[in-house]
Write a protein that binds this ligand. Structure first.
Ligand SMILES: [Zn+2]
Length: 431
């Protein structure tokens, strides 16, 4: 549940440029319509200039069905590291087209699992070869396309990368994507208001990434924690078939349909993490591009998390080996804490060997020593170095366990989101 910004480049996709311009307009237009801060009354809706499918007329206003497929398309790289080959299965009729074209290159009634590999000039699906580097699998129904161990809604684009590897990009409506993100990122046992807050924050994060993707990129974000976790409709883990979305996650998304966070009329990257450990981290401590609205706020709401407080031991002889920036030190004679933990800043340390010293940050040590967070103290003991820390993840923005605690105390999703991004406006986009 930790998140990092992602920037990527790849092959071009033209339609996005138009979409971006529209999104910018949409966000500016949306800015003036704030969600009521006091309760859960339906927010005002903003007509979006986005191309939309006709919305179905609803007879009853009591429990209007929400069609999650009516929303802009997002492109998710579901093979974040690239791969020499991947498995493709299509459950039902399909056609194979060039990306961005309606021209059919091939079609069939179903496709049993085949290997997708690159060739010198294009792509190979089982025994069929295509002399193009980008194909789109368009199924007759959704969900029907399986890539490796995951079943996805929407279509899947296959790319031959310049390094010869293959990538798969799932293209689907944003709100359908979010239904899986909510379950992928947050336990089903968390209260509805916490999961609604997750939906709002994940929607904002996704739209921000869509609006800031390189115009030449072929995807908007990754399906891993590098962006936010997205498992698809269903997946297989250790031979077990598991659901990647649920009635409850679809409801959390439908209940907050189109609601996003904005600051001064702009979307911002709504970073979030699992457990802040008592106080969230000032955004710019971790992410240089963090919006000013991501301030440090107190949060004891996450105290039920098993990582609210944690300890770890590192063998003293391994410490310098594992921490590269201090490799110039011959031994370790003292550790001085120069910042943190807590107070919205990450921990910082000065290490010395009696002659020289080296400054290191909690972020560096967290990566190098596989610690839970960048917020901890270090104590030298005889053969070991003892770390005592707080929180799980970087601690920036919404605290997922804190959202759970606040929801249990009766806070609404809007109140929860506002707590972690103080000064942010909640606006609703009507797509
Ligand atoms: Zn917290």
């Amino acid at each position: 549940m930790t998140h990092r910004s992602n920037r990527h480049s790849g092959e071009g996709g033209k339609s996005l440029g138009v979409w971006l311009a529209l999104t910018a307009l949409m966000i500016c237009a949306a800015f003036v319509f704030k969600v009521d801060s006091r309760n859960d009354t339906p927010p005002m809706q903003v007509k979006s200039p986005l191309p939309t499918r006709p919305v179905k007329k609803v007879k009853s206003v009591e429990s209007p069905p929400v069609d999650l497929s009516v929303s802009p398309l997002i492109r998710v790289n579901v093979t974040p590291g690239g791969s020499d080959s991947l498995n493709l299965e299509i459950r039902g009729p399909y056609s194979i087209r060039l990306v961005g074209s309606s021209k059919e290159l091939s079609k069939g009634t179903e496709l049993k699992t085949v290997k997708v590999q690159s060739t010198a000039t294009g792509l190979k699906l089982g025994k069929s070869t295509f002399s193009t580097t980008r194909l789109e699998i368009v199924p007759g129904k959704s969900p029907a396309v399986r890539i490796n161990d995951h079943l996805y809604r929407g279509t899947v684009r296959l790319f031959r990368r310049t390094d010869g590897q293959v990538s798969a990009v799932n293209v689907l409506p944003l709100e359908e994507y979010l239904a899986s993100v909510v379950d992928s990122e947050m336990p089903a046992a968390f209260p509805p208001a916490a999961r609604q807050a997750q939906a709002i924050v994940s929607r904002t994060y996704a739209l921000y990434q869509m609006a800031h993707a390189d115009p030449a990129a072929v995807f908007d974000l990754y399906s891993s924690q590098r962006s936010q976790k997205y498992l698809g409709v269903e997946y297989t883990d250790s031979g077990r078939r598991l659901a990647g979305e649920s009635e409850s996650s679809r409801k959390a998304v439908a209940d907050t349909r189109g609601v996003v966070c904005a600051h001064r009329g702009q979307l911002f990257s709504t970073y979030y993490s699992a457990t802040c450990g008592g106080q969230t981290t000032t955004g710019t401590e971790i992410f240089p591009d963090a919006a000013p609205v991501i301030k440090s706020v107190p949060c004891d709401w996450c105290r039920d998390s098993e990582y609210f407080r944690w300890t770890a031991q590192v063998e003293r002889r391994d410490f310098l080996k594992k921490t590269q920036p201090t490799g110039s030190l011959s031994t370790l004679t003292s550790i001085q804490q120069t910042a943190g933990p807590g107070g919205g800043v990450i921990s910082r340390f000065r290490l010395t060997d009696g002659k020289k010293s080296a400054d290191v940050t909690g972020v560096q040590l967290r990566d190098q020593l596989a610690l839970r967070s960048p917020h901890f103290t270090l104590t030298m003991q005889k053969d070991q170095i003892h770390a005592a820390g707080r929180g799980h993840g970087h601690g920036v923005g919404l605290c997922q366990w804190g959202a759970r605690g606040q929801a249990q105390a009766g806070k609404t999703a809007y109140e929860i989101v506002r707590h972690y991004y103080p000064g942010a406006e909640l606006v609703v986009i009507d797509y």
